[in-house]
Write a protein that binds this ligand. Structure first.
Ligand SMILES: Cc1cc2nc3c(=O)[nH]c(=O)nc-3n(C[C@H](O)[C@H](O)[C@H](O)COP(=O)(O)O)c2cc1C
Length: 143
Protein backbone atom coordinates (compact mmCIF):
# COMPACT_ATOMS: atom_id res chain seq x y z
CA UNK A 1 0.00 0.00 0.00
CA UNK A 2 1.36 3.41 -0.86
CA UNK A 3 -0.92 5.37 1.46
CA UNK A 4 -1.77 4.30 4.97
CA UNK A 5 -4.78 6.02 6.54
CA UNK A 6 -4.78 6.63 10.27
CA UNK A 7 -8.09 8.00 11.54
CA UNK A 8 -8.43 8.96 15.19
CA UNK A 9 -10.34 10.93 17.78
CA UNK A 10 -8.55 12.48 20.75
CA UNK A 11 -9.52 15.02 23.37
CA UNK A 12 -6.35 15.65 25.36
CA UNK A 13 -3.79 14.51 22.82
CA UNK A 14 -2.79 11.06 24.11
CA UNK A 15 -4.38 9.06 21.30
CA UNK A 16 -3.22 11.74 18.89
CA UNK A 17 0.38 11.17 20.04
CA UNK A 18 -0.11 7.44 19.37
CA UNK A 19 -1.50 8.24 15.91
CA UNK A 20 1.49 10.46 15.14
CA UNK A 21 3.92 7.71 16.21
CA UNK A 22 2.09 5.19 13.99
CA UNK A 23 2.40 7.71 11.14
CA UNK A 24 6.13 7.99 11.82
CA UNK A 25 6.46 4.22 11.57
CA UNK A 26 4.65 4.28 8.24
CA UNK A 27 6.86 7.09 6.92
CA UNK A 28 10.05 5.45 8.19
CA UNK A 29 9.01 2.35 6.26
CA UNK A 30 8.88 4.43 3.09
CA UNK A 31 5.11 4.78 2.70
CA UNK A 32 2.84 7.81 2.89
CA UNK A 33 0.91 8.22 6.14
CA UNK A 34 -2.42 10.06 5.93
CA UNK A 35 -3.32 11.16 9.42
CA UNK A 36 -6.89 12.42 9.90
CA UNK A 37 -8.96 13.53 12.84
CA UNK A 38 -12.19 11.58 12.44
CA UNK A 39 -14.29 14.60 11.47
CA UNK A 40 -11.92 15.22 8.54
CA UNK A 41 -11.74 11.58 7.43
CA UNK A 42 -13.30 10.13 4.31
CA UNK A 43 -15.12 6.80 4.41
CA UNK A 44 -14.59 6.49 0.65
CA UNK A 45 -10.83 6.52 1.09
CA UNK A 46 -11.02 3.79 3.70
CA UNK A 47 -13.29 1.75 1.43
CA UNK A 48 -10.49 1.71 -1.17
CA UNK A 49 -7.79 0.70 1.33
CA UNK A 50 -7.11 -2.91 2.25
CA UNK A 51 -5.73 -1.89 5.64
CA UNK A 52 -5.91 1.17 7.88
CA UNK A 53 -5.70 2.24 11.51
CA UNK A 54 -8.44 3.58 13.79
CA UNK A 55 -7.75 5.20 17.15
CA UNK A 56 -9.97 6.31 20.01
CA UNK A 57 -9.54 6.55 23.79
CA UNK A 58 -11.85 4.93 26.31
CA UNK A 59 -14.68 7.37 26.87
CA UNK A 60 -18.10 7.44 28.53
CA UNK A 61 -18.13 4.22 30.51
CA UNK A 62 -15.78 2.00 28.47
CA UNK A 63 -17.11 3.06 25.10
CA UNK A 64 -15.87 4.92 22.02
CA UNK A 65 -16.39 8.68 21.89
CA UNK A 66 -20.06 8.91 20.99
CA UNK A 67 -20.50 12.08 18.95
CA UNK A 68 -18.04 11.53 16.09
CA UNK A 69 -16.08 8.29 16.46
CA UNK A 70 -18.94 5.92 17.27
CA UNK A 71 -21.00 6.78 14.14
CA UNK A 72 -17.84 6.66 12.01
CA UNK A 73 -16.98 3.19 13.30
CA UNK A 74 -20.58 2.08 12.70
CA UNK A 75 -20.16 3.15 9.06
CA UNK A 76 -16.79 1.36 8.80
CA UNK A 77 -18.45 -1.84 10.02
CA UNK A 78 -20.58 -1.89 6.86
CA UNK A 79 -17.52 -2.39 4.63
CA UNK A 80 -14.91 -3.78 7.04
CA UNK A 81 -15.16 -7.40 5.88
CA UNK A 82 -11.87 -8.55 4.39
CA UNK A 83 -9.90 -5.53 5.59
CA UNK A 84 -7.05 -5.47 8.08
CA UNK A 85 -7.61 -2.84 10.76
CA UNK A 86 -5.15 -1.70 13.41
CA UNK A 87 -6.96 -0.41 16.51
CA UNK A 88 -5.30 1.81 19.10
CA UNK A 89 -6.11 4.21 21.90
CA UNK A 90 -5.30 5.57 25.30
CA UNK A 91 -7.24 4.88 28.50
CA UNK A 92 -7.26 6.11 32.08
CA UNK A 93 -8.47 3.89 34.89
CA UNK A 94 -10.20 0.95 33.27
CA UNK A 95 -8.90 -2.48 32.24
CA UNK A 96 -9.24 -2.05 28.49
CA UNK A 97 -12.85 -3.23 28.16
CA UNK A 98 -13.61 -0.55 25.53
CA UNK A 99 -10.80 -1.91 23.37
CA UNK A 100 -11.76 -5.57 23.80
CA UNK A 101 -15.32 -4.68 22.80
CA UNK A 102 -14.03 -2.73 19.80
CA UNK A 103 -11.82 -5.62 18.66
CA UNK A 104 -14.76 -8.03 18.97
CA UNK A 105 -16.98 -5.67 17.05
CA UNK A 106 -14.58 -5.23 14.12
CA UNK A 107 -13.79 -8.95 14.03
CA UNK A 108 -17.52 -9.62 14.06
CA UNK A 109 -17.91 -7.48 10.98
CA UNK A 110 -15.41 -9.67 9.14
CA UNK A 111 -12.26 -7.57 9.52
CA UNK A 112 -8.91 -8.89 10.67
CA UNK A 113 -7.72 -6.88 13.65
CA UNK A 114 -3.98 -6.48 13.35
CA UNK A 115 -2.15 -8.66 15.90
CA UNK A 116 -5.52 -9.86 17.20
CA UNK A 117 -5.74 -7.05 19.75
CA UNK A 118 -5.80 -3.30 20.02
CA UNK A 119 -2.72 -1.31 21.00
CA UNK A 120 -3.44 0.50 24.26
CA UNK A 121 -1.52 2.81 26.55
CA UNK A 122 -2.45 4.39 29.84
CA UNK A 123 -2.80 8.19 29.57
CA UNK A 124 0.26 9.82 27.93
CA UNK A 125 2.20 7.31 25.81
CA UNK A 126 5.74 6.83 27.15
CA UNK A 127 8.77 6.01 25.03
CA UNK A 128 8.03 2.31 24.96
CA UNK A 129 4.38 2.86 23.98
CA UNK A 130 5.49 5.22 21.22
CA UNK A 131 7.96 2.60 19.99
CA UNK A 132 5.12 0.05 19.85
CA UNK A 133 3.07 2.54 17.85
CA UNK A 134 5.92 3.06 15.41
CA UNK A 135 6.26 -0.65 14.93
CA UNK A 136 2.50 -0.94 14.31
CA UNK A 137 2.94 1.69 11.60
CA UNK A 138 5.73 -0.35 10.03
CA UNK A 139 3.52 -3.44 10.07
CA UNK A 140 0.75 -1.54 8.31
CA UNK A 141 3.17 -0.17 5.74
CA UNK A 142 4.37 -3.70 4.98
CA UNK A 143 0.89 -4.95 3.95
C1 LIG B 1 -15.51 11.83 29.70
C2 LIG B 1 -14.39 10.84 29.88
C3 LIG B 1 -14.68 9.49 30.00
C4 LIG B 1 -13.66 8.55 30.19
N1 LIG B 1 -13.98 7.22 30.34
C5 LIG B 1 -13.00 6.32 30.55
C6 LIG B 1 -13.30 4.94 30.74
O1 LIG B 1 -14.46 4.52 30.70
N2 LIG B 1 -12.28 4.09 30.98
C7 LIG B 1 -10.97 4.49 31.04
O2 LIG B 1 -10.08 3.67 31.23
N3 LIG B 1 -10.65 5.80 30.86
C8 LIG B 1 -11.62 6.71 30.61
N4 LIG B 1 -11.30 8.03 30.41
C9 LIG B 1 -9.88 8.43 30.42
C10 LIG B 1 -9.35 8.64 29.00
O3 LIG B 1 -9.56 7.48 28.21
C11 LIG B 1 -7.85 8.94 29.07
O4 LIG B 1 -7.63 10.14 29.78
C12 LIG B 1 -7.21 9.03 27.71
O5 LIG B 1 -5.79 9.14 27.87
C13 LIG B 1 -7.71 10.23 26.90
O6 LIG B 1 -7.16 10.14 25.62
P1 LIG B 1 -7.00 11.40 24.67
O7 LIG B 1 -5.89 12.27 25.27
O8 LIG B 1 -6.61 10.84 23.36
O9 LIG B 1 -8.30 12.15 24.65
C14 LIG B 1 -12.31 8.99 30.23
C15 LIG B 1 -12.01 10.35 30.09
C16 LIG B 1 -13.04 11.27 29.93
C17 LIG B 1 -12.69 12.74 29.76
Amino acid sequence: MDKVYIVYWSQTGNTQAMAEAIAKGVTDAGKEAVLKFVTEASLDELKQAKAFALGCPAMGAEVLEEMDMEPFVADVETFAAGKTIALFGSYGWGDGLWMRDWVERMSGSGATVMNGEGLMCQEVPDASALAECESLGKQLAAL
